[in-house]
Design a protein around this ligand. Structure first.
Ligand code: UDP
Length: 499
């Protein structure tokens, strides 16, 4: 049964606090905030998730399930794309963007959601207690300020990355990197462990001349927010949380791993996209037939795309590794007939040992299956948190943005990852790039799934983090209690407002 909040009991005459959550419209941002919305609703608060029609349709399963459970969770749809904007109607999520031209238009159209968002919030009575908006949605800041509503920002990556990114900005690191050579290594200042980056790996969000203005706005909105919400847990990142809070000068609410809020098979399988729920049973049946810990799961998140050449290298690497595998190939990657043919041939050669999932996979359901013993991941923070929450070690293959620094965290600091060997970013629409050859894939899979002291140590450590993650989310655990305090702080501010 949902743990009903003590918060509402202690302020019984007041309405429960109302949180309005505004995820950035990409799967890796929507999924954790929807998890958070459901946790808030389960714990006695009211939660509204603001998004666009296409994303709302994908989330219908979660919303219906919440409604059946009597949880005060609602989806709010704002119109997008705005009229007159040069984007197809269904270009409403980062995974629907077709090329770099659309990508820029997409980013620059999003702030136009501010008008409809303000109209929605203005019409609410009483006013919401708090807006929790993605770091990439700085257009929410003006609305919150003009209506006098507290605002927290949600930064999706590890606290380690967020700290590095903030310190890089505070200490002019990006300028120094830009002025230096390609091979120069730069220490990231103000971080409690040694971290060095190169020009290629010192990435952050929106670091590109075309998006510089958006990044400046996001940094400014971060500095004027009332606090941050982060999907991590203290037993994993306590030292980085403390430094981040000090550097930011405002509260950092640590409430993860949010994925552990999905406690039943239906919500787990339909997470992020209702359409995936139908695949759950076939995949679970396949996994049921494999020995415990034997299967390597291979998936690169919701946005990264592999060129046909790189796709082949991954497939051959998996085949050559000799290990059972589940490999997720995106529809956009497998669109060309020759790629489809090649995949079918691979499936025939690896029948019984390999499963290729085309399109959206129920990742959380896969990672929580006992047959899965390793995960080749692009180091998106949700994927890493999901792996750690389920005690699954990783082979790390970062592509862009925060992923190279997330890799440093899981490999160097936490000791639960083995690098595949990617040293430079592969951007989304880069045709024909091969960052890692088949030998590299096979080698990393063998290291990850094989025996030996290092592999055993990774497994031991990640299992321990899995235990700690579960405890953090249970009543009395650090993330559970932080969420209680977060909700209570807004009950109290409403009480103050009424004094
Ligand atoms: N995901 C999924 N099925 C897929 C691909 C991704 O369920 O086929 C989920 C995954 O579990 C994670 C999110 O989508 O919660 C991806 O977020 P992440 O931060 O790992 O990477 P991003 O997509 O932002 O690069």
């Amino acid at each position: 049964a949902p743990a009903v909040a003590t918060t509402t009991a202690s302020a019984s005459t007041l309405p429960p606090p109302h949180f309005v959550l505004v995820p950035f419209v990409a799967q890796g941002h929507i999924i954790p905030l929807v998890d958070l919305a459901r946790l808030l609703a389960e714990r006695g608060a009211r939660a509204s998730v603001v998004t666009t029609p296409l994303n709302a349709a994908r989330l219908r399963g979660v919303a219906d399930q919440a409604a059946r459970a009597g949880l005060p969770l609602e989806l709010v749809e704002l119109p997008f794309p705005p009229p007159g904007c040069d984007l197809p109607d269904d270009c409403q999520n980062a995974d629907m963007v077709a090329d770099n031209y659309q990508f820029l238009h997409f980013f620059f159209a999003l702030p136009e959601l501010a008008g409809p968002f303000e109209a929605y919030v203005r019409a609410l009575s009483p006013r919401p207690s708090c807006i929790i908006a993605d770091w990439l949605n700085p257009w929410t800041a003006g609305v919150a300020t003009s209506l006098g509503i507290p605002r927290l920002f949600f930064h999706g990556p590890s606290c380690f990355f967020s700290l590095c990114d903030l310190q890089a900005a505070n200490h002019g690191l990006h300028e120094r990197i830009a002025a230096g050579g390609d091979e120069d290594r730069h220490a990231v200042p103000g971080v409690p462990v040694p971290v060095t980056v190169t020009k290629a790996t010192a990435l952050g969000f929106l670091i590109h001349p075309a998006t510089e203005a958006l990044r400046d706005e996001a940094m400014a909105a971060m500095r004027t927010a009332d606090g941050a919400v982060v999907n991590t847990f203290l037993d994993l990142e306590a030292q980085f949380v403390a430094c981040y809070e000090a550097a930011l000068g405002k509260p950092v609410w640590v409430v993860g791993p949010l994925s552990l809020g999905n406690r039943d098979a239906e919500t787990t399988a339909s997470r992020g996209n209702t359409a995936a729920a139908g695949r759950r049973e076939a995949i679970a049946a396949w996994l049921d037939g494999q020995p415990p810990g034997s299967v390597v799961f291979v998936s690169f998140g919701s946005v990264a795309r592999k060129s046909p050449r790189q796709l082949r290298e991954v497939g051959h690497g998996l085949e050559d590794s000799g290990r059972p595998f589940i490999w997720v190939v995106k529809e956009a990657e497998a669109a060309a007939p020759e790629v489809q043919e090649w995949l079918e041939a691979l499936e025939a050669r690896t029948a019984g040992r390999g499963l290729v999932v085309r399109g959206w996979a129920p990742q959380l359901a896969v990672l929580s299956h006992r047959a899965v013993g390793g995960f080749v991941t692009h180091c998106g923070w949700n994927s890493l948190m999901e792996a750690m929450a389920h005690g699954v070690p990783v082979a790390t293959w970062p592509h862009f943005e925060d992923q190279f620094l997330n890799e440093r965290l899981v490999v160097d600091v936490l000791g639960v990852g083995v690098p595949v060997g990617a040293t430079a970013p592969v951007m989304i629409f880069e045709e024909d790039a091969v960052a890692v050859p088949r030998e590299g894939v096979a080698r990393a899979v063998s290291a990850l799934m094989g025996g030996g002291a290092e592999a055993d140590e990774r497994r031991r450590k990640v299992r321990e983090y899995g235990e700690k993650a579960r405890r953090a989310m249970e009543e009395g655990g650090s993330s559970y209690e932080n969420l209680t305090r977060l909700i209570q702080s807004f009950v109290q501010s409403e009480a103050k407002a009424q004094e």
